[in-house]
Ligand binder design. Sequence first.
Ligand SMILES: Nc1nc2c(c(=O)[nH]1)N[C@H]1C(S)=C(S)[C@@H](COP(=O)(O)OP(=O)(O)OC[C@H]3O[C@@H](n4cnc5c(=O)[nH]c(N)nc54)[C@H](O)[C@@H]3O)O[C@H]1N2
Ligand SMILES: Nc1nc2c(c(=O)[nH]1)N[C@H]1C(S)=C(S)[C@@H](COP(=O)(O)OP(=O)(O)OC[C@H]3O[C@@H](n4cnc5c(=O)[nH]c(N)nc54)[C@H](O)[C@@H]3O)O[C@H]1N2
Ligand code: SF4
Ligand SMILES: [Mo]
Length: 691
Amino acid sequence: MDTQCPFCSVQCKMIVEERSTDGSPAYTVTPKPNKASEGRLCIKGMNAYQHALSGERILFPMAKVDGDFVRVSWEEAHRLIESKFAAIRRNYGNDAIGVYGGGSLTNESAYLLGKFARVALRTRYIDYNGRFCMSAAASAGNKAFGLDRGLTNPLSDIALARCIILAGTNIAECQPTLMPYFTQAKENGAFIIAIDPRRTGTTELADLHLNVKPGMDAALANGLLKVIVEQGYTDQAFIDGRTKGFKQLKEHLASMDLDHIADITGVPAGRIRQAAEAFGKASAGMVFTARGVEQQTDGYLAVRNFLNLALVTGKIGREGCGYGAITGQGNGQGGREHGQKADQLPGYRSIENEADRAYIAGVWGIDAGNLPGKGVSAYEMMEKVHGEEIRALFVMGSNPVVSNPNADFVEAGLRKLDFLVVADMFLSETARMADLILPTTSYLENEGTLTNLEGRVLLREAGRQAPGEAKHDWQILSEIAAWLGKASFFPYTAAEQVFEELRIASRGGIADYYGITYERLRREEGVYWPCPAPAHPGERRMFEQSFAHPDGKAELIAVNHHFPKEQVSEYYPLHLTTGRVLTHYLTGVQTRRSHTLAARQFESYLEIHPATAKKHRIEDAALIRLESRRGSIVVRSKLTSDIREDTVFVPMHWGGIQNVNKVTNEALDPTCKMPGFKVCAVQVKPLLEYD
Ligand SMILES: Nc1nc2c(c(=O)[nH]1)N[C@H]1C(S)=C(S)[C@@H](COP(=O)(O)OP(=O)(O)OC[C@H]3O[C@@H](n4cnc5c(=O)[nH]c(N)nc54)[C@H](O)[C@@H]3O)O[C@H]1N2
Ligand SMILES: Nc1nc2c(c(=O)[nH]1)N[C@H]1C(S)=C(S)[C@@H](COP(=O)(O)OP(=O)(O)OC[C@H]3O[C@@H](n4cnc5c(=O)[nH]c(N)nc54)[C@H](O)[C@@H]3O)O[C@H]1N2
Ligand code: SF4
Ligand SMILES: [Mo]
């Protein structure tokens, strides 16, 4: 089977071979050379076949009857959906049904989910898990550059950079097959700066590690900018010719005090100066951000400030220069372009723009007046579920009860729903709560396109038959739409047909896929967007001549730092930050079902500094109760001096009593509605107090 990893945004290609030796099947996984991973695979990709082939796959539709799941036929499932949706729409209106998608879905399914919500259900309420992932970087890119594509430059530019800033990104564990690009840069003499409250495999690579206080990146970037501007490390010709807003930024920076910045960020002024000098003086340089900077209630502004750094130094749009928001999920990039977002239509069009609405209505063959308006963000949808404004929820490709902040509140809301439908491969924590589960196909079975972190569209071939009665997501959506009387709008019999429509729907939009075809993807091993015509090569490096705003200029902005919404107190004296480990993926539904991966890390843990642990009478490997104003969990302690003394860390890959989102804060960034997953105030206590 010629395939592609179902996990992170690198989208490494591989070959999975099934052999039957002595009657029982054996599997060999071989990395396949391709442009992004260059023939590498990490441990998750190597072992992904284990979950796909697991005996825990859901094979039939299942409906909940008296608290238990019973097998039903697809026809019974469709009848149930039809009657429940009809009753809810009759009693409460179209907007009482919500749709919740995910960044693991192929472009075809993500596109169709958006069309399903707007055309088949005619609801305004659709959003997806990428809200928790890419929204801060996406809104910052859109505002600063006029366009959001994860990396503005191809990965091959990394080796040419002379200085690299890695802010809140743990590439070593989260995109491991990208590490050689950075080690290569380092071998070529690049100076690497990592910004992270913890020491990680990624900060180990760095020449300078700034272990910032959680949530203080915007302030730290102000410090870097101040030194760069005052020392004259700026590129004045670039600023004058290609940006606007420098005057206000310069005045703003002049009013700041570096010692104060050092004080509030926890990074000594000398180290801020050293970093600014290294980046400012470098002839070429790159800035990368990921969720450490972005999953904050000021995530949008924090990213804008890192974009300021690239812009004032003229380090974008040329070789060895650029910005990268390291995309998370396999299709985190494509998944945010084609309409599963509350305010978005395919091709990165806006649902609030009349011309965009008219264009898409034309492609879909509906009246633009029947296209619903803008909905709300993912967590705000959960608030509407809790408030019983949304009465039915259709989830495809997410496990929201584990991945939303303030998870106890979210769970209580989901329990109030009249009807919860979940399309998944497994009985996830959310699927367990469903009234109806629809079995879907895995990466080995489902053909489709995914867009990797570089903005390169890749075709994932499918080599295996769907197990049991599982169906592809695009098929599930088309069949339900037909039951709802909309068959003529969903006539697809192959993923490629959906892609052919997506090409037209995206044509002329920001994320233009019109020039891309399956045939071309097979031949060229992927094509970058924008690609407006079949003869267009696709754009590898963006912004070489101009930015995507109508005047061609990038926008600088003066950023005031904000302190995290929740401050530590006597009762909650520590910052909690959350994130990932190498062997597990997101809420762990898939990786916990792979025996090789599960064995490496079979439970969650709390990373805590030995000095802090001592203060709280916590020993190593002891069970700890971690508590915030919202909820509490139980995890095992892991004493390590890799973390700041004022901060603890818990990974996000477990549900139930180890679900760290029972503890996290639901406060949202006002611009992009990203929750502040990366900082809240907590207390820690040994589970068994012996005093
Ligand atoms: N192994 C693995 N790989 C994955 C995933 C996975 O679940 N597991 N998920 C994929 C997805 S969807 C995503 S979004 C990406 C995420 O990729 P990353 O964003 O790289 O991963 P995280 O571990 O969430 O956060 C990165 C780092 O931010 C640091 N951090 C925490 N708070 C702050 C802060 O206030 N400031 C700064 N500067 N840093 C801070 C954390 O200590 C952590 O080391 O990974 C993708 N790849
Ligand atoms: N505390 C904390 N919380 C976080 C984060 C954090 O850093 N800290 N990170 C956030 C981020 S960046 C993200 S991306 C979210 C992700 O969180 P979720 O959206 O919950 O993502 P997954 O755990 O991947 O859940 C995906 C579900 O869909 C199923 N699935 C996989 N592929 C497919 C498919 O092709 N079709 C269908 N129908 N189902 C499929 C899987 O089996 C799984 O049950 O979590 C967010 N939550
Ligand atoms: S998890 Fe990411 S780096 Fe690892 S094999 Fe999969 S796509 Fe590649
Ligand atoms: Mo993500």
